[in-house]
Design a protein around this ligand. Structure first.
Ligand SMILES: CCCCCCCCCCCCCCCCC/C=C/C(=O)SCCNC(=O)CCNC(=O)[C@H](O)C(C)(C)COP(=O)(O)OP(=O)(O)OC[C@H]1O[C@@H](n2cnc3c(N)ncnc32)[C@H](O)[C@@H]1OP(=O)(O)O
Ligand SMILES: Cc1cc2nc3c(=O)[nH]c(=O)nc-3n(C[C@H](O)[C@H](O)[C@H](O)COP(=O)(O)OP(=O)(O)OC[C@H]3O[C@@H](n4cnc5c(N)ncnc54)[C@H](O)[C@@H]3O)c2cc1C
Length: 620
């Protein structure tokens, strides 16, 4: 029987309902139908072709991108696509483009930091794309350190204007997407100065180019920063450089939702946390987590199909060679990545809920969950993007030489994806933000303030510091509560240990700097616990479809136990599990992989195809 026929036969015997699994992956039947419809729309439209991207010059690639963006916008209008459908369309066009920043940052910033009048003035033009905006925060000299930004916005009470200026070379805005060629306006983050006093960084809407001839306005020097990593990839985006020479804007072009400057030049800080100025970054970080699961599922889909088809060594008596997916090393590298795609999908769904919740709370001036939302969005963005970037590279290696071919799709996927570890916050810097939140929580444990939400386990740290996991047999590791307690104990012990060691330093700031590596590792442990706990919560929901829940349970155990195996040192050093229990976890992991490897070759192929079918339900 031909391999493909054999596959088809085995697929028909799939033990789980693939259509239901697709709905689990999409999040709802409606979301799946939208994705499926828009995916077919993109796939059937030759304008959206992707196969030529890596062969085009930077100039032709950029023109091709503009053509696609214009065509996408035309299709959105013609088909009256909803914002969700339009967002999906952008996703399937799958090419970094200036609209990402216009829709993904410029508009959300005005909505989140502008007052009512400013929203009424700017949003209608932005929604109709009569103006194109970018998010210009990073400078040549500062990206991570937002409070170090040097661009100035000095209020002139004589004329009721701000003077926007780039005082130094390092104050040049550097990196903003869409800035180099396309944007007519920018959201500029600059130091607000009134009457000689510096009030820190605030947002200002500044027009950069004429709406008539698109030429830069007086005092504006703007351009593209040049080629980036790899060919194709992010070179479809016009990341730019921008300098101001005493450019004057009206006072009402300062976003006044968080703080204001009166006509007399008096600075007024609303009774809201100044960090709301960072709100757009929080919004994008939560979107990036969901995007991680999609990028990861694409890479794993490619690597699984290759692993099922590729044969190397092992031929007996002239028979077929062994499928490389049959090798234990291939499985132990590939299957945890598939499981991670589902884990990131589910935690991304939850994070979207958390962000929606905090947005509603902010409207009621309830800032109580803001610190947790910052820690969750920062930590999950960091952990999921680092894992996904590493996973795409692993998938390239899993495909041998063919993984290095552009036609495999993996090099381009890697080159487009890896900056996610840097933009919207360098991943280490964000982990240190999580660590700051953890240390603050530990320091308050004695105060009677009960930790809640994702940090609630810290309130049980006394128990967790003493607990020993109840594992005597490998199958004990299949119990979600056993896994959850191990991850909670590890995270609690790592944070409490850091807090104790910080006390050895007279100066907390010095201690934080000296212990930064340990603190970052404690942050990773906390974030991985969140991912594991949200996967468990997903499994506690009603999941329809024959065999679907069972498959997800297998993926959960593969995800959690492969993490435990990878970080076994943390778990054992924390005392929550013994080396023997660690060995039992690894034994259970092998059993989970070996479920793909009963003697019956058709079951082998069949189970492998289950994985492939899982993937088919993941990457549109
Ligand atoms: C119709 C068509 C539809 C089409 C749809 C198309 C849609 C497309 C969407 C696509 C979306 C994805 C696109 C992605 C493209 C990528 C583009 C990239 C953009 C960028 O990179 S923008 C720039 C990003 N830059 C950063 O992230 C900078 C990182 N640095 C910082 O955030 C800060 O400097 C800092 C947090 C590291 C430090 O800040 P600061 O010094 O001010 O603060 P402290 O560390 O001193 O902390 C003080 C207290 O403030 C709290 N804090 C800090 N940040 C926040 C926050 N964000 N929220 C809440 N609280 C915050 C700290 O926790 C401290 O609190 P404490 O209680 O005092 O401890
Ligand atoms: C493709 C791409 C698109 C981008 N788009 C935009 C955009 O549209 N708008 C915009 O404003 N910006 C944009 N950026 C800029 C991006 O936000 C910054 O590059 C990012 O925030 C990192 O800051 P940085 O470059 O200053 O890195 P740095 O902070 O200089 O990081 C360099 C190294 O220093 C380390 N480090 C820094 N501070 C600390 C610390 N306190 N403790 C320990 N280690 C530290 C980091 O971990 C890292 O290893 C984009 C960047 C890229 C790559």
């Amino acid at each position: 029987m031909e391999a493909l026929d054999y596959h088809a036969e085995e697929r028909r015997k799939a033990e789980f309902d693939v259509e239901e699994m697709k709905i689990v992956w999409a999040g709802s039947r409606q979301a799946y139908e939208i994705s499926d419809r828009v995916a077919r729309l993109v796939a059937s439209d030759p304008v959206f072709r992707k196969d030529n991207r890596t062969m085009l010059s930077r100039k032709d690639l950029f023109k091709d991108t503009l053509r696609k963006a214009a065509h996408a916008w035309k299709r959105i209008i013609e088909l009256r696509l909803s914002e969700e459908e339009a967002s999906k369309l952008r996703f399937f066009v799958d090419q970094p483009v200036f609209t990402d920043l216009h829709w993904g940052m410029f508009i959300p910033a005005i909505k989140g930091q502008g007052n009512e009048e400013q929203q009424q003035k700017w949003l209608p033009m932005a929604y109709k794309m009569q103006i194109i905006g970018c998010y210009a925060q990073t400078e040549l000299g500062h990206g991570s350190n937002v409070q170090g930004l040097e661009t100035t916005a000095t209020f002139d009470p004589e004329t009721d204007e701000f003077v926007i200026h780039s005082p130094t070379l390092t104050s040049s805005k550097w990196w903003p997407g869409g800035l180099g060629k396309v944007s007519t306006h920018a959201l500029i983050y600059a130091r607000l100065i009134t009457d000689g006093q510096d009030h820190g960084v605030h947002g200002f809407i500044v027009q950069l180019r004429s709406l008539d001839d698109h030429l830069p306005l007086p005092g504006i020097t703007v351009g593209d920063i040049g080629m980036k990593f790899g060919s194709g990839a992010y070179n479809s985006m016009d990341n730019g450089v921008l300098r101001f020479d005493h450019v004057r804007i009206l006072r009402d072009q300062m976003l006044m939702g968080v703080s204001q400057v009166t006509r007399e030049g008096k600075f007024m800080q609303s009774d809201v946390p100044r960090q709301l100025v960072y709100g757009t970054m929080v919004y994008v970080r939560q979107k990036i987590v969901a995007d991680a699961s999609c990028a990861l599922s694409r890479a794993v889909c490619i690597a699984t199909r290759y692993s099922v088809v590729r044969r190397q060594f092992g031929s007996h008596n002239g028979g077929p060679e062994t499928q490389v997916i049959d090798y234990k090393t291939q499985q132990s590298r590939l299957f945890p990545l598939l499981a991670s795609a589902y884990a990131f999908r589910f935690v991304g769904e939850w994070l979207k809920w958390l962000y929606t919740d905090v947005t509603q709370r902010l409207q009621a001036s309830d800032f109580s969950t803001l610190p947790e939302v910052h820690a969750c969005t920062a930590g999950l963005k960091s952990v999921t993007t680092s894992a996904t970037a590493d996973a795409i590279e692993e998938c390239r290696k899993l495909c041998g030489g063919h993984g290095y071919l552009s036609s495999s799709g993996l090099p381009e996927l890697f080159a487009v994806y890896v900056p996610a570890c840097t933009y919207e916050g360098d991943n280490v810097v964000l982990l240190l933000q999580v660590a700051r939140f953890l240390m603050k929580t530990v320091s308050q444990l004695g105060s009677g303030k009960k930790p809640v939400g994702t940090i609630a386990y810290m309130g049980r740290s006394e128990h967790l510091l003493q607990c020993r996991c109840e594992v005597e047999r490998a199958e004990d590791w299949l119990k979600p509560n056993v896994i959850l307690e191990a991850f909670e104990a590890r995270a609690a012990r790592m944070s409490v240990t850091c807090a104790k060691n910080l006390n050895n330093f007279a100066n907390q700031e010095e201690g934080f700097a000296q212990l930064a590596t340990d603190l970052a590792e404690a942050a990773v442990a906390h974030v991985q616990l969140i991912i594991v706990s949200k996967f468990i919560e997903k499994l506690q929901q009603d999941i329809p479809g024959k065999g679907v829940k069972r498959q997800l349970e297998i993926l959960f155990n593969v995800y959690a136990l492969s993490l435990l195996h990878k970080h076994l040192g943390d778990f054992v050093a924390s005392g929550c599990i013994t080396p023997k229990q660690g060995a039992l976890a690894n034994e259970q992991l092998r059993l989970l992989y070996s479920q793909v490897h009963f003697d019956n070759p058709s079951l082998l192929l069949y189970m492998v195809l289950l994985l492939e079918r899982l993937l088919q339900s993941t990457s549109f």
